[in-house]
Write a new protein. Structure first.
Lengths: 400, 400, 400, 400
């Protein structure tokens, strides 16, 4: 089958401490320590096979390109991978996957051949202390399709039926094709769902919400905030296209953060004005580049506010705790998408929301490497591969 | 000014135990113990006056007729009042009030003459143990406009500015008249809001919700459930008009409970089918007549379900706890509207919902006694008095 | 090895609806439908073997006798089992198990041969909708050692290491024998822990708590309530020995419910007096026979109270919802012990509590059938089997 | 009566923006803007009088000296006050007050002359948006005895009965004198209670807890953590006396933070070792000087951990959010003591805890200025004034 493969050389850095597990499996807990000269290739790969009675094979109809996919091939001056993730190479990337079941193991009951499905890429271990506490998104030894095993940028994909969510309710109401589009955006949307509702505990209907960063996760937050009863939503980003999406998905105001940042306290004043002086009930940080934003958030917290960090960034933020004491506000971070697929599918099936509209560009798999380049400009909200589309059926026009 | 007054004779039943407070003030903790021969009258009453620097006088433009208003004049075989409420008579009833401020005390800063407002009828004491725990809706010594002091079925009304919520954001967007309609339904809607979100803690977006009873509170639950991200909503009632309202406000299915009740387990089977066998995440009981419903609910509880009792009924229900153990479900009751007005006004101002549509009939105050009779048929979702309307301006036509 | 076995005849009742699964496996979803003439036997059984690389074999040093064990052998007039549980027969009963690991599969890393351990009898499936929602205690297809597979009333026992909790911290501080005693009572104590803290969400330190029923679960509630900061604890039971245990574990008052029940409203008045008129913050129902108690609880609820049902009873209770509305109280039920073992072991290891004292009688396995009879009197708080004890080492004296 | 008075000159800084309210009342929202040359004096002041029917006069038997009292008299190079608090001068400081009621207004029912009481210094407005949301500790316009009106470093004190908590249950069990000692430490203990249980939502029994800073608030956290079921408690401070107190109140380990800070990652490694590698479930920051601590906390967070900031510090902390994402941890701040007095009194009355032991030194009021100096060394856990003690009755010996 046709597939995109990421390869690199196994050259542990001097002084890298590797476990016997890592050494045996050419698997890195932190890719930066061992993988050198990463590069994508397009080519033929063997068809996946059913290994266990609970497995299913999925014919991939959509494979979304995530920000991390764009970064996977980047390397530092010495040629080492930049992403600090767990990674086993070579492998087929792609963790935003929708398709139809074409084969199933003998133990799979709830799914049928032909079912349209979305894939949960995280595969929690079930027995670490996070899993035992009912926090599978914090699993300490999770598998992750597209990072620790082959993902979806290919024509077929195999996984356990436990990690497969049926899109049948969407397909029955809106057709197979729309179901595939919805399935393609379920992964980032589920990250948003988990962050807003499972980790942060949601908000009261009538709340005022600010969302920083309108990538697929931030846009999902806009749509979910609207869907769950926020009375006022303001979205910030640096890209006009993404701000347009935010407005279309239900934001009441969209601000180019460059404009607000021109003035000292520009962001905090915008937040206070937007909230009628009451402060923001829920702040969502989805930029990963919030060094300058945290000092702004803290001047515009409502009583009992929540601040949720979704953007991945390891360096410390300058956070003054006094405003959190004054307002009784909370700050938390979130990770993972487990527990987001089912409610998102239900919400789409009942037409409460439609995140398929964030797909700005579609590419057939033969043009997959070009698609990765387009996605790396980060102008589009979401770029998606269609591994079984005829090249002609998509065309240049749809690629933007 | 023109007003409706409820009067009765102070004739304590033999053996009634009354406090010195009650005796001194002709005030009854339980109206059934002392008030005899209740009757409504329409007539002139003196204008209310500002007593304290924090008071405001409201020109009443809408006074909704609640179920309890219809029952206030009913009596038993011996002529005693049937409602077991705290009541000081004679008094002007009406606790669903919207109007504009026409005069304010010297200490009132946040409100201006001319402001459109909705009235919070409950006046918690602020110092009982419920109030001190942040549960003012459970206040043990609450005042209640329309029951313990004059209410809104009159041309003017006085209260403390603390119990007044500005409708300005609604009026600015939709005009004064729509603001008044919204204000008229805020009280029952706030009961629903408090029950669903403050007492019961809400639900996760994507949930499946069942609502029993489509009076104004039940219909508000439908609209709020839709607004807050329920994926599937089923509403039950005995009246076709109310079921039509439920569908218009966002229910996905409306069931005449008489039909379902024809079969044994009709209701529980309808719930299970509606939820695709998963069970109901949130059951709202707003009928007050649920003797037969509780044994049905318990067969259709989702894992971690919540059951919220809004309907007032003192006799015990037959509730089997085993299904609550199996599913880890919770059951609670709710009372009061404090904390519901502000978010409801925000949600209406931002066009997230519109409960003004449940007003089925409008009467001028001169026809107020007739309005009470119409409302007592319980066919209309909400009947409202317009104390400053010209009789001609409403007309028979609008009274359904 | 020596073991107690429960056997019965597979004689499905007329009209019993059985799944193909049940028919194939001589397994009953509801034991009452198929199992006839149940009877215990003492005799030799083959040693258990490691089947999977994650399994461990435990040398059983303690096997507690639960209320349900006493009832397993009871039958109705036609000879059918009375317990409505899932049951596969013949099998070794016993789900309160402590011992030491004597053999382990190749994949077991965190446990060593010789480790003292307590066994979690519930084996949730991990993939039903309860498990996926992080509610494994509500698992719809859970395995249960002692009911669906062999339990601990034997000299050896096999299970997956996932269901094994190390008692090493207790043994290191208090010795192996005490660790075994603690392990023996972990199962009922974990039921209490899950009910109080995971399902009911605990209580604020300084709370007033009432506990009905002082069997092992109720006594665990007493001890946990004391341990977690209840300011006042009142316990009710019918048995003086159990009330003595309640006082020893930290109850401030112990009431024989027969005395209180003599007067109408005796229980509710006792509760109100005990709480200084404030009402009870947390009511724990652990009798399973609460028909008369619910009407009493509801007269003594504090603002925001919680009522938790732990006692198993399928018939409906007469529950008036009006007091729940007035106080904003919550009612819930609880089931299962998953999530209770680790914190209980930590609390015992740090000497915060000691539930091993509830063991009133110890029997060697050769006297196991007699032990079942003693336990069936329900005078003792907990009766325990010591499958590897020399008969002489226990003696009559210790059997009370 | 004898009293300590803090005076200063009203000399608004150039450019200070003052409201008409501040100008009229010689009241400063931020003391640093207007008050110059602050100084304490000991001398005679007129007796307080009952102004409102709800007032009570308290004969002050204990007035604790808080850290902020020690700082009130400090000034910068230009002589301006350093504390950024709301302050009306001249005034009697002291907000940790216990005494007995000697006079009461006509409307006070629940308290009697002679009752031993503890004083809640915060007087929330009841009508700001924080109060209306049930968050009185976040009140935007709160009064504060000892800062915005006369406090307790005097022989008598007047306040509203609403802010008075009866110590009768403590006095009945342990005598009047012990009740006064308990009352003296209620204020800082209530800060701890509110932070741990009302703001942070507490912890599960069996948790592992780390407390940084063993002043009166930190020590109260130790005692409350022990009382509420923490299995393991480690306390950090720089003072041996305070660490001794921590051990006496229930800490399992006490660490001089200077020792731990000697090594890089010394604190995080101590935390990980103490928790057996599981991480800390609840971190309490009560030093106000945590610049170096936050980077340590984040390396030792348990799954679902909470970090609570109690120490007052306005400058930003370097906080990396990635560990919060990985663990699903939460961070919050807390302020205020409302809602802490009642449960603390209940816990002391039932002998669940005893914080009176943290009083290290007692001074009669005639030696009050010396007491302030002793307290300013911050070696003692708590220094208390006894305004009605005979100087001889205390003596040098007790002042350490």
């Amino acid at each position: 089958m046709l597939a995109i493969t990421l390869s690199a050389d196994w050259e542990p850095r001097e002084g890298a401490r590797l476990t016997s597990n890592e050494l045996a499996g050419h698997f890195a807990g932190d890719a930066r320590q061992v993988w050198r000269n990463p590069h994508f290739q397009l080519g033929q790969r063997p068809l996946p096979r059913i290994d266990a009675p609970g497995d299913v094979i999925v014919k991939v109809h959509r494979a979304g390109i995530a920000r991390s996919n764009c970064k996977m091939g980047d390397s530092d001056a010495e040629g080492y991978v930049l992403l600090p993730y767990r990674m086993r190479l070579p492998l087929i990337p792609g963790h935003e996957i929708a398709g139809e079941i074409v084969e199933k193991g003998t133990a799979v009951r709830h799914l049928q051949v032909g079912d349209p499905v979305a894939i949960q890429a995280l595969q929690p271990c079930g027995s670490c202390r996070a899993c035992l506490q009912g926090k599978p998104n914090q699993c300490l030894e999770t598998g992750f399709s597209g990072f620790t095993s082959d993902g979806g940028m290919a024509q077929y994909f195999v996984t356990s039926a436990r990690f497969v969510h049926s899109l049948l309710p969407v397909a029955e109401r809106f057709g197979f094709d729309r179901a595939m589009d919805v399935g393609a955006v379920c992964e980032p949307a589920a990250m948003a769902y988990v962050g807003l509702f499972r980790q942060a505990g949601g908000f009261l209907p009538g709340a005022t919400i600010a969302i920083f960063g309108c990538g697929p996760i931030g846009l999902s937050c806009v749509s979910l905030a609207r869907c769950a009863g926020a009375a006022k939503i303001v979205a910030f980003d640096r890209t006009q296209n993404r701000l347009r999406h935010a407005l279309a998905l239900g934001a009441d105001m969209a601000v180019n953060v460059r404009d607000a940042a021109d003035q000292e306290n520009g962001v905090s004043e915008a937040l206070l004005e937007f909230s009628g002086g009451m402060g923001i009930d829920l702040v969502i940080e989805a930029t990963g580049d919030a060094w300058n934003l945290f000092p702004q958030f803290e001047k515009a917290l409502a009583i009992g506010a929540k601040v949720v960090s979704l953007g991945v960034e390891r360096k410390p933020m300058p956070i003054s705790l006094f405003p959190y004491q004054e307002t009784g506000a909370w700050l938390t971070g979130t990770m993972g998408h487990i527990g987001g697929f089912e409610p998102l599918i239900a919400l789409h099936a009942s037409e409460r929301m439609d995140l398929s509209t964030i797909i700005d560009a579609r590419f057939d798999l033969a043009n997959g490497l070009q698609a990765l380049q387009v996605a790396s400009r980060f102008d589009e909200a979401k770029v998606v591969l269609l591994p079984h589309a005829e090249p002609a059926s998509i065309g240049d026009a749809q690629a933007i």
